[in-house]
Design a protein around this ligand. Structure first.
Ligand SMILES: *Cc1c(COP(=O)(O)O)cnc(C)c1O
Length: 363
């Protein structure tokens, strides 16, 4: 059994993917070719957002978003300590200071009730993450951001692309949405890729320029930029993947429902909780285990792969020592990182395999 099955999908759309790759080989515009624009249009339609900009990864997309907002030294950006390192890493790389706010005990996303106290006159953006496939309480976060001088909100939706919050799609919930097409993400390519999204024309134009070295035209660079371009092959093969994505989300939700049913009532183990007004795309199906080593051992002896993501939260990472955080500063994050365990998840996870996982968890 694979932790994330990336191959079975090819039984459904492998021919279309090969055709898409062949087309790029024929026309030869390997970077930012016509497929990139085609994908961007399809992404706009899917999300209902005005601008989609395909970029090189879900890490570069965060940096590009912050550069477009003019974030740099002396600025603070609020995010969570329970996330993949990219989120805080890019804040620091932009020259700003990551300011952590703890997560909610149910959704494991930024706790809006703790947000306002972390805002200072230097706060230049708030960067909530949609961990494991559901968004943060973006409605509450946007409201606080607006009330405190219209602070821009960048949604790190690398894991929540396809999810909805009160009926609106993740990536279209705030000033800028950012996602990743890394192979194991809900909408994954066969290499690195990502995208930024906005309804703001001016920010969109800036992000397009920053993607290509701040270039506005031949021999004209008004902005500082990066090499953040998306490959035509990745964009091309993401187009058929996006077509079947709504059905894959449905399959993921079915897998998740079977898991939750199977582990309901097991002592010391709890199923993920989906926040009010949210749907999840289950980038991961993650449980909390009071005795994680015991559950890991049972899964291992049954031959079931599992991963404890972010078992060391960001405020304990040596690279962020200088931020001065200490043990106990983010109690919910610390408890979740001690207990979390992600189980095999993919739209094509077979019933038999899933039974095996459930019986190992139940013990
Ligand atoms: C994967 C991920 C990223 C980075 O995306 P890449 O495409 O791998 O650069 C950023 N934030 C979160 C929350 C992620 O899960």
């Amino acid at each position: 059994m694979e932790f994330i099955d990336l191959k079975t999908q090819q039984e459904h759309i492998g021919d279309e993917i090969r055709e898409r790759i062949e087309t790029v080989l024929q026309h030869g515009r390997y970077i930012l070719g016509p497929e990139v624009e085609e994908l961007e249009t399809a992404l706009c339609d899917y999300l209902g957002v005005k601008h989609s900009i395909g970029v090189s990864s879900g890490t570069d997309s965060l940096l590009i978003a912050m550069m477009a907002l003019g974030i740099g030294p002396g600025d603070e950006v609020i995010t969570v300590p329970y996330t993949w390192i990219s989120t805080a890493e890019m804040i620091a790389l932009a020259g700003a200071k990551p300011v952590f706010v703890d997560i909610q005990p149910d959704t494991w996303n930024l706790d809006p009730e703790l947000l306002e106290a972390a805002i200072t006159e230097n706060t230049k953006a708030i960067m909530p993450v949609g961990i494991y496939g559901q968004t943060a309480d973006m409605r509450a976060i946007n409201e606080i951001a607006q009330r405190n001088g219209n602070i821009p909100v960048i949604e790190d939706a690398a894991q929540s692309f396809g999810a909805t919050h009160h009926g609106v799609k993740s990536c279209n919930l705030s000033t800028i949405g950012s996602t990743s097409f890394f192979p194991s993400k809900p909408l994954g390519g066969y290499g690195d890729g990502g995208a930024v999204f906005t309804n703001d024309d001016e920010l969109a134009e800036k992000m397009r320029q920053i993607r290509v070295h701040g270039q506005a035209g031949r021999n004209h660079h008004p902005l500082l930029g990066v090499n953040g371009r998306l490959d035509s092959i990745q964009a091309g093969l993401l187009i058929p993947k996006l077509k079947i994505f709504p059905n894959e989300i449905r399959l993921r939700q079915e897998v998740a429902a079977r898991y939750s049913e199977g582990i309901a009532g097991v002592e010391g183990v709890s199923a993920p909780i989906i926040g009010e007004g949210n749907t999840s795309v289950y980038a991961q199906y993650t449980i909390l285990c009071e005795d994680r080593p015991a559950v890991e051992a049972r899964l291992q002896s049954a031959g079931v792969p599992c991963v404890a993501y972010y078992a060391v939260p960001l405020h304990f990472q040596p690279v962020f020592d200088s931020l001065g955080y200490e043990k106990g500063d983010f109690p919910v994050t610390e408890q979740v990182s001690d207990r979390c365990l992600s189980l095999p998840m993919s739209p094509y996870l077979g019933a038999e395999d899933q039974e095996k996982v459930i019986s190992a968890v139940v013990g």
